[in-house]
Ligand binder design. Structure first.
Ligand code: FAD
Length: 491
């Protein structure tokens, strides 16, 4: 009788659940039987994804959306029958503001990842001084750098666009995604497209402009082709970011029910504490690894997919291999403060998607989303919702303030920056401790060597998740799927 392969997936966040989902799907397609067990240490699935429904509001306590141009999340939504739930941002709330000297200024139009492509709009902004603008345009004449090897995002952008652009535009915009310090984040692991663009087009500004033109032409060609073929029904919302009408937890709930229906074992509430190698001493049928859980049970498995934060993976693998590549990934804590209001007495128009705060402004808020304007499904009629982040790589102290003090300092910042005096109906605070991985310079190379060594020492053990190759949700889905493919590709 053919032996049934047992695969343990460590972690029930989006990466782990995607890995389990694609293991089941791909095995079925190949006519193979595979026994999958997801082991989640906490009492709930979803990891950082955590939607709360309260008084008709859809509140995201972790991520709130995903980049639509990266397709794996949309493909997963289709496979789960959730396509109809997808929704985009409100096109009327496009404007994003950046704080400078206590005042909010609109980000100039025509900027892509902080690269100015519309010179006229850029020249009008008060966010950057005339010298700063001139220095930014000099980028067009700076020759590409052909040096190999990684460097920090800050060093690269300062060299190309000037220090002022880094402080006023890139730092709030790009560091906001990682809550990080641009001078410590590795370029190759976070924004490799910047270097590739300079090499392909000679300059960031020119490359971004060219890519925009190509993307626009491609979208027009696709739309024309759809019209001429008559396939125009059910188009997806044309939006840079997307989410699900009832929140991101919809995808976790759908994954859980598919996995359960598929016979996948889901263990919650017990952490994996120890990975034992059993392949030397155990007869083949007993499996190659034994995972010891905190409830004193153990799970035998032939293959193991790790989707845990780097520090948790490092703890379990330290006795088997050198885990420096993982322990070098620092995790930053942030707090998510959501404020819900009635429209009566709400003295701001929320005419945009929110604002970003450079570290030099010395505020508690690092970024704020005007959620009820940006995402129309998130607040009931007549209500408003604002979400604010506190804490970043340079200052995490605000995260540990008491609820009352944290709510107070956030409201003080909203008053100073927006003039908002309205009293919230309620405030929801979520502290996401050690949640934002900071990919250091050299991360891509270091993790590649780590994986190579791991595959020799612990064959059948794969490591993936947000600690590697991108933190975005579509990246996590893609990594889960790739891990499933890698397991099944093994005879
Ligand atoms: P996680 O979600 O961290 O899941 C790992 C799981 O492993 C957890 O459930 C944990 O309990 C479990 N675990 C840990 N140790 C053990 C153990 N020893 N045994 C068993 N289980 C264990 N991305 C976007 O695309 N859009 C956004 O808007 C966005 N916003 C974000 C906002 C915040 C505040 C944060 C923190 C992240 C955001 N991200 C966003 C990034 C994205 O949310 C994460 O990268 C992604 O959710 C990580 O998924 P994961 O499955 O790899 O890891």
């Amino acid at each position: 009788m053919q032996k049934i392969r047992r695969v343990a997936v460590l972690g029930g966040g989006i990466t782990g659940l995607s890995a389990a989902f694609y293991l089941g799907k791909l095995a079925r397609e190949r006519g193979e039987t595979i026994e999958v067990t997801v082991i989640e240490g906490s009492e709930r699935l979803g990891g950082r994804i955590n939607t709360l429904s309260r008084d008709g509001f859809v509140i995201e306590r972790g991520p709130d959306s995903f980049l639509a141009r990266k397709l794996p999340m949309i493909e997963l939504a289709r496979e789960l029958g959730l396509e109809g739930e997808l929704t985009g941002t409100n096109p009327a709330a496009k404007k994003t503001y950046i704080a400078l000297n206590g005042k909010l200024h609109p980000m100039p139009e025509g900027m892509t990842l902080g690269v100015p492509t519309d010179a006229d709009m850029f020249m009008k902004t008060e966010l950057v001084s005339e010298e700063g603008k001139q220095r930014a345009f000099e980028e067009l004449d700076i020759p590409p750098d052909w040096r190999e090897g990684d460097e920090s995002v800050g060093a690269f952008l300062e060299r190309r666009m000037g220090r002022e652009m880094v402080e006023r535009i890139y730092e709030p915009l790009l560091a906001g995604i990682h809550a990080g310090d641009l001078y410590r984040l590795g370029l190759q692991a976070t924004f490799p497209q910047f270097k590739a663009m300079v090499r392909a087009h000679g300059s960031l500004i020119k490359g971004t402009r060219d890519s925009q033109r190509i993307a626009k032409a491609k979208a027009e060609a696709q739309a024309n082709a759809a019209v001429s073929s008559g396939k125009t029904d059910n188009p997806l919302p044309a939006s840079v970011f997307m989410t699900f009408r009832n929140g991101l937890s919809s995808v976790i709930e759908a994954l859980e029910s598919h996995l359960r229906a598929d016979g996948c074992h889901i263990r919650m509430g017990a952490q994996v504490e120890y990975l034992e190698r059993t392949f030397e001493e155990m007869p083949e049928s007993k499996g190659a690894y034994r995972l010891h859980l905190s409830d004193d049970t153990a799970i035998e498995s032939d293959e193991v997919i790790f989707t845990l934060p780097a520090y948790a993976t490092a703890e379990l693998l330290a006795e088997h291999t050198d885990v420096t590549a993982l322990t070098n990934v620092r995790y930053v804590s942030v707090a998510n403060v959501v404020l819900a209001y009635d429209e009566t007495g709400f003295n701001h128009t929320l005419d945009g998607s929110g604002f970003l705060v450079p570290q030099g402004e010395h505020r508690h808020i690092t970024a704020s989303t005007w959620t009820s304007s940006k995402w129309l499904h998130t607040a009931p009629q007549g209500k408003r919702m604002i979400r604010c982040y506190v804490g970043n790589a340079k200052d995490e102290k605000g995260v540990e303030l008491s609820d009352a003090v944290l709510a107070g300092v956030v409201q003080r910042d909203l008053y100073d920056l927006m003039g908002l005096t309205a009293i919230p109906e309620f405030v929801e605070i979520t502290r996401l401790r050690h949640s934002m991985p900071q990919y250091p310079v050299g991360h891509v190379e270091a993790t590649a060597s780590f994986r190579e060594e791991l595959s020799k020492r612990l064959p059948g053990v794969l490591v993936t998740g947000a600690a590697f190759e991108g933190v975005g949700l579509p990246d996590c889905v893609a990594k889960g799927k790739q891990a499933a493919e890698a397991v099944l590709a093994k005879a």
